[in-house]
Design a protein around this ligand. Structure first.
Ligand code: NAP
Length: 557
């Protein structure tokens, strides 16, 4: 609690406030857990509200078979505590969801964070009060809290998207979305199963369940450039090396542009002969996870001809794996290059189509007409299913923030402020919403997410410590700074190597959503540069104020 503030007090709401804290965090995912820890460490009183029934965020909700990291486990986990790093031995280079959920619970208990967490507490409204410089946050069960600072660590991939297929609700079998997979075991054995969607989630679940189901029909709208994850257990020697190299590894992860350990290559695709290039691509194919993007030829994402050579190599790989040539051709993307969409990394995905019980429906050639009570009807007829799995993605970037009922100064709704797409400063704050932060939200950089989101949490924490130490009550960006940052985001969105405009990073998967770039293509280096300037200039261009200023301004009106 802030010095001088009293305990719980009645607000203007009919219901009494359940509590008053300095920092209220929404979301118990990777970002929210870290924000809670940092805020508490900095001496603030804290509370975290989480809509789910447990810790984990993405790793709580996405517990579908096959869900796992495609960033290396030890680069994804927290790096703020050497002791934590030493005591947690990740089992695999790319951990599966259960291990990650266990890890996040371990972190929460190790740092005694659970006592400030409330679960099954979906935030329904957050209202800013200019007179006191505080937020009143309402929860679905009717309880309300007041906080000086509100940090929405609600994630960018947290609101599942269901396409508006006619008759969607008519289906009488079981339906699951990968992003809301139940905690109770789902028995798929011997069932006729449909998977709709072939993004990172769909291509993970397909091979994971192909062996147990009676039949598996994969509905693919856009083929993706999938490459092998190449996951392996972490050996005892590797565990020892990770610990010996911790400081150097942390330095690399904390400063690199993408937040991975992978070394950048030093050659362009046409610096090598055809044979050398093929040999290099074989090494890339066998390399772990995102290194196919981060350690590939320098010009891969800048030069279309270079990218074409990699795509041709991948197309040959797909043809070599999938025995039915017609299926192989359908699985090869024809409408975008590698890196235009977020590339999925797979284990046995293409191989799954060699199983007699797995079939592919390419919905651009054979469109879905409607769902019926028993299955899915396409232009080629009806297929009946016991289970339909929606691997159809999320309302990316702004989905959760816009559903939280956030209202800033003078009742301005965030949903109205962002009606044409998000405008932010640093992807952290927006003008007119003092003391409201959204690390890991829209306009965050792309790469190894916990590293970027952690940068933002560190900034938020340092900023509110500065506000406290200098006797201010509120902080928000100047509108001009926000405009300039957002214009920079939009400018860079059209430049390589940002994602292509058909990527969901532009909101293009959700009908009616403004087509605005939802990441920061200038990436982590730009964020570092800006943060250094801001700290050096005593938090300009943020507006810092005291609530007494607001009161005297109101009195003089
Ligand atoms: P996604 O990438 O948005 O994929 C959604 C899929 O559903 C796409 O294939 C999309 O087709 C399809 N779809 C949407 N509407 C459809 C319709 N009406 N008919 C047929 N298909 C339809 O979502 P996601 O797979 O859940 O992945 C989202 C993000 O989560 C990933 O990009 C990644 O950042 C993260 N993720 C990470 C991992 C990991 O390995 N760590 C695993 C899963 C997810 P179109 O492409 O044509 O729109």
């Amino acid at each position: 609690m802030r010095p001088g503030s009293s305990g719980p007090e009645a607000g203007s709401n009919a219901r009494p406030l359940a509590g008053e804290v300095d920092v209220l965090v929404v979301g118990a995912g990777v970002t929210g857990i870290y924000q809670l820890h940092r805020a508490r460490e900095a001496g603030f009183s804290t509370l975290l509200l989480e809509a789910g029934g447990g810790v984990g965020g993405t790793w709580f909700w996405n517990r579908y078979p096959g869900a796992r990291f495609d960033s290396e486990s030890y680069t994804y986990g927290y790096l703020f505590s050497r002791e934590l790093f030493d005591e947690w031995e990740w089992q695999e280079h790319f951990a599966a969801q259960p291990e990650t959920e266990r890890y996040l619970n371990h972190v929460v208990d190790r740092f005694d964070l659970r006592r400030d967490m409330r679960f099954d507490a979906a935030v329904t409204a957050a209202d800013y009060d200019d007179a006191t410089g505080t937020w009143t946050v309402s929860v679905a069960d009717g309880s309300t809290y007041r906080a000086r600072y509100l940090v929405a660590a609600t994630g960018v991939l947290s609101v599942p998207f269901f396409p508006d297929i006619p008759g969607r609700d008519d289906f009488r079998g079981a339906s699951f979305h990968t992003g809301r997979w139940p905690a109770a075991p789902v028995d798929l054995a011997g069932k006729r199963v449909a998977v709709i969607g072939t993004g990172s989630s769909g291509v993970q679940i397909v091979p994971a369940i192909a062996g147990e189901v009676a039949s598996l029909t994969v509905y693919q709208r856009t083929a993706n450039w999938c490459t092998p994850l190449n996951n392996t257990p972490i050996t005892t020697d590797e565990q020892a090396r990770l610990r010996a190299d911790f400081e150097a590894m942390r330095e690399t992860l904390n400063t690199s542009a993408h937040g991975f350990l992978h070394d950048a290559h030093d050659r362009g695709a046409f610096d090598d002969s055809d044979d050398e290039r093929r040999a290099f691509y074989e090494r890339m194919w066998a390399s772990p996870g995102f290194s196919k993007l981060t350690s590939n030829y320098l010009d891969l994402l800048f030069d279309e001809a270079a990218n074409d050579t990699w795509c041709a190599f991948l197309a040959d790989k797909i043809r070599g794996i999938v025995r039915d040539p017609d299926v192989a051709e359908k699985l090869i993307p024809k409408d975008h290059r590698f890196g235009e969409h977020r590339p999925p990394f797979v284990t046995g995905y293409y191989e799954a189509f060699n199983n007699a019980n797995v079939s592919l429906v390419a919905t651009k050639q054979t469109p879905i007409v409607r769902m019926t009570e028993t299955g899915i009807e396409t232009t080629e007829g009806l297929r009946e299913f016991d289970v339909v799995i929606w691997a159809t993605g999320f309302d990316f970037g702004t989905g959760a923030l816009l559903r939280m009922g956030v209202r800033g100064r003078d009742g301005l709704a965030l949903a109205d402020h962002w009606a044409d797409g998000p405008s932010t400063y640093l992807g952290i704050q927006t003008a007119g919403f003092p003391n409201f932060f959204f690390p890991g939200g829209p306009h965050a950089a792309a790469g190894n997410n916990p590293r970027y989101n952690g940068d933002q949490v560190d900034f938020v924490t340092d900023a509110i410590v500065y506000v406290r130490e200098h006797g201010f009550d509120t902080i928000e960006p100047e509108p001009a700074a926000e405009e300039a940052w957002t214009a920079m985001i939009d400018r860079n969105a059209a430049r390589k190597p940002s994602f292509g405009s058909s990527s969901y990073y532009f909101g293009s998967n959700v009908p009616g959503k403004p087509r605005k770039y939802l990441l920061n293509a200038a990436g982590r280096p730009k964020l570092f540069e800006m943060i250094a300037e801001i700290v050096a200039s005593d938090y300009q261009p943020f507006i810092l104020s005291r609530t007494s200023d607001v009161e005297s301004e109101a009195a003089s009106r």
